[in-house]
Design a protein around this ligand. Structure first.
Ligand SMILES: NC(=O)c1ccc[n+]([C@@H]2O[C@H](COP(=O)([O-])OP(=O)(O)OC[C@H]3O[C@@H](n4cnc5c(N)ncnc54)[C@H](O)[C@@H]3O)[C@@H](O)[C@H]2O)c1
Length: 329
C-alpha cells in the first residue's frame, strides 16, 4: 500500500513567508514542553565519516497538546566551505504520532538554520539585557546571519554589529546580506576576535565545530556584563568564559551532559553537572528564572524539539497554502 507524503524543498520553505517571531514562538513552546516533561527526546547520536564531520540522527516526540513527532538526519561538514557546498545539509522527516506514517520530508538545512537562530533568540529573550546595543558575531556564515536576525527581535536598540571571520570574502558577503536588515546599525568588520568582542553586550560564536577546539574567545576580553552564546559547541569560547558564570545554561541538560560524557566535546574546564544553572526547558516552563546581569553564558547545541516544532509549523502552513509536492511512498 502506498501513501502520500508532502515534499518541501528549500524553495517551498522559503516561499512560506515564515518569519523569526513565529519560529521563536514555536521553539519556545517546544522548550516549555520539555521542561514540563511532556516530550521524549534522547540526546542526538552521530557518526563521523570524515575528520571534524558529523552526521546526526535527532528524533523527538512532543506530547501533550502538541502531539507532533519527527526525526532529522543532518550532516555538518566544515570542508564543504572550500567546495562551495553548505556546511549543514540533510532531511527532516515529520511523522504522524498516531500511525507512524511519514507526513512530510523537507530540507533540513532550512529547518536547522531558522530554528537555531530562533533558539538563540529565545535564550536572549530570557537572559539578555533589552537595552543591549552592541552585538558581536564571530563566524559569518548561515548561523551568523540567522542569529543576528533573532537578536534583532529581542534587542530593539542594536546600534552596532561587530563581525569577525578570517575567511576572505565572508565579511563582505555578510555585510551585503545583513546590512539592509538593520539599516540603523553600524556594521564594523574586525581584524581579529579580540577587537570584535571587547565592547560587546552580546557575543555569539558560529564557527565550525572541531574535535580539537581552539577556544579563542577569553573571559578577560569580554565586558563584565555580557551575554555569551555558543552555537558551535566548545569551539570558540574558552572554558574560563563558561566556568566563570553562576548561570551557565544549556538548551537541554540531558543532551549536554550525555555528549560531555562521551569524552570528546566540553572537556577540560567546561561546566559539569554541578555547574549547570538551568536548561532552557526549565526556563521556558517557568521552573527557573532568567538572569539579566553579569556574565551570562550558554551552550546551545541544537535539540530535536526545535526541529519538530519548526517543521510542524512549516508543514501546517504549506498544507494550508497548497505548497510543496505530494509524492507517493
Ligand atoms: N547549535 C546548533 O543548533 C547548530 C545548528 C546549526 C549549525 N551549528 C553549528 O554552527 C556553526 C556554523 O554553521 P553554519 O551553518 O553557519 O556554517 P557556515 O559554513 O555557513 O559558517 C561558518 C563560518 O565560520 C567561519 N569561520 C571558520 N573558522 C573561523 C574562525 N576561526 N573564526 C571565525 N569564523 C570562522 C567560516 O568562514 C564561515 O563563514 C557550525 O559549527 C555548525 O555545526 C549549530
Amino acid at each position: 500500500m502506498s501513501f502520500d507524503v508532502l515534499w518541501l524543498s528549500r524553495a517551498d520553505l522559503d516561499s512560506l513567508g515564515l518569519g523569526m517571531p513565529a519560529i521563536m514562538d514555536a521553539v519556545e513552546q517546544g522548550f516549555a514542553c520539555l521542561g514540563r516533561g511532556e516530550a521524549e527526546m534522547p540526546a542526538k547520536i552521530g557518526i563521523h565519516p570524515r575528520h571534524d564531520c558529523f552526521i546526526h540522527a535527532m528524533p523527538c516526540w512532543i506530547g501533550g497538546a502538541v502531539d507532533r513527532c519527527g526525526i532529522k538526519c543532518v550532516s555538518g561538514y566544515p570542508p564543504n566551505q572550500k567546495k562551495g557546498l553548505p556546511y549543514i545539509t540533510g532531511v527532516m522527516v515529520l511523522i504522524d504520532p498516531e500511525t507512524g506514517l511519514t507526513q512530510a520530508v523537507m530540507d533540513a538545512g532550512w529547518v536547522t538554520a531558522w530554528r537555531t537562530g530562533a533558539a538563540s533568540g529565545v535564550y536572549a529573550k530570557h537572559f539578555g539585557d533589552p537595552n543591549s546595543e552592541v552585538v558581536s558575531v564571530i563566524g559569518l556564515g548561515v548561523q551568523g546571519r540567522v542569529n543576528l536576525l533573532a537578536f534583532k527581535e529581542v534587542f530593539p536598540k542594536i546600534k552596532q554589529v561587530r563581525c569577525f571571520d578570517p575567511v576572505a570574502g565572508q565579511p563582505e558577503r555578510f555585510l551585503k546580506d545583513m546590512g539592509p536588515t538593520l539599516p540603523k546599525a553600524e556594521f564594523v568588520v574586525c581584524a581579529d576576535a579580540k577587537s570584535c568582542v571587547v565592547d560587546a553586550d552580546v557575543v555569539v560564536t558560529c564557527t565550525p565545530i572541531v574535535e580539537k577546539p581552539e577556544r579563542f574567545v577569553h573571559r578577560a576580553w569580554l565586558k563584565e556584563k555580557v551575554l555569551a552564546v555558543s552555537v558551535d559547541y566548545d569551539s570558540a569560547f574558552a572554558e574560563d568564559v563558561m566556568a566563570a558564570t553562576p548561570c551557565f545554561v544549556c538548551d537541554n541538560a540531558n543532551q549536554y551532559l550525555w555528549t560531555r560524557d562521551q569524552g570528546v566535546y566540553f572537556q577540560n574546564g567546561y561546566p559539569d553537572k554541578t555547574a549547570v544553572y538551568a536548561d532552557m526547558g526549565q526556563i521556558c516552563a517557568g521552573k527557573k528564572p532568567g538572569v539579566r546581569d553579569g556574565l551570562r553564558a550558554a551552550v546551545l547545541m541544537g535539540i530535536a524539539s526545535h526541529d519538530v516544532m519548526t517543521a510542524s509549523l512549516a508543514f501546517d502552513l504549506a498544507r494550508a497554502k497548497g505548497l510543496g509536492s505530494v509524492v507517493q511512498l
